[in-house]
Design a protein around this ligand. Structure first.
Ligand SMILES: [Zn+2]
Length: 216
């Protein structure tokens, strides 16, 4: 089973992907991780990637294709793959179709986690966490029982990600829409796109994804 998991940052894509990895013995292929690993491996290809990234340029599709090709060659044929953060362009989607076919695989589904933008802003923009033990809190939904004191470790230091504010969340949503817009029609045409409510509770989202995979 090979799938693409789509969803804006904050939709819970990472959590759902790790659950699939655990429950279905799938492998999560993140091109970002693969590029970093190759870069650090000191191979000739890794050195090329480093030069491109250091120059602040985008890694060419051909390089990403090579890495995916290598990963697919390494994987046991019965292990399913979850693609995360890739493809992002129509050209990459077409390459992926070709690479999968070359390894005797095909896509079984493109699962998009649908979110309500205003609700997502509400969920993300109030997040903060304990600076010591990382326990998550929220301005409106989960404040410490004693104001200013972590429930778990008693620390009085908290931290907040600079980009967990409304403007940054809306920018990430817009970027996501711009990135998926070119590839969704490609998969719609193949009848592969399935939409799951990403705003539901985490277990409910997992169950919905399971139903989609079972039906595929
Ligand atoms: Zn704490």
């Amino acid at each position: 089973m090979n799938i693409i998991l789509l969803g804006p940052p904050g939709a819970g894509k990472g959590t759902q992907a790790s659950r699939l990895v655990e429950r279905r013995n799938m492998v999560q292929l993140s091109t970002g991780d693969m590029l970093r690993a190759e870069k650090n491996a000191g191979t000739p290809l890794g050195d090329r990637i480093r030069a491109v990234m250091d120059a602040g340029e985008l890694v060419p599709d051909a390089v990403v294709d090579t890495l995916i090709d290598k990963e697919l060659a390494r994987l046991a044929p019965d292990r399913g793959v979850i693609f995360d953060g890739y493809p992002r362009t129509l050209a990459q989607a077409q390459s992926l179709d070709r690479l999968l076919a070359a390894h005797g695989r095909a896509l079984d589904g493109v699962i998009e986690l649908i979110v309500d933008e205003d609700a997502l802003v509400d969920r993300i923009a109030g997040r903060f966490s304990c600076a010591v033990c990382n326990t998550p809190y929220h301005d409106r939904y989960k404040l410490p029982a004693v104001p200013g004191v972590c429930d778990v470790c008693g620390s009085t230091e908290f931290k907040r990600r600079a980009d967990d504010n409304e403007e940054a969340v809306r920018t990430r949503m817009a970027e996501y829409r711009a990135k998926t817009a070119p590839i969704l029609p490609h998969y719609e045409a193949q009848g592969l796109v399935r939409r799951v409510d990403g705003m539901a509770a985490m277990d409910a989202v997992s169950a919905a994804i399971d139903r989609v995979l079972d039906a595929a």
